[in-house]
Design a binder for this molecule. Sequence first.
Ligand SMILES: [Zn+2]
Length: 83
Amino acid sequence: MTEKLICILCGKPALDGLRIHGEMFCLACESRLIKLKPNDDDYGRCLAGLRDLWARWTAEPKKELITESESDVDSPAKTSEPN
Ligand SMILES: [Zn+2]
């Protein structure tokens, strides 16, 4: 399997690193994200990249993520109290 994974943050080939939703973060970006602080120069850029990714992930149909057990966790129709 010769799948070429490109880091979605820096665009460099990511042989190893963090893989989320089929997107790849290289080790450098992964460690950068972990140590990222709001006053870092990279913060805005990384956040923008993550926001872009997040928008893409949430826009996808989550048929694989939805489980039947999750559907009845919070059902607001449970009002057994008498009036
Ligand atoms: Zn990277």
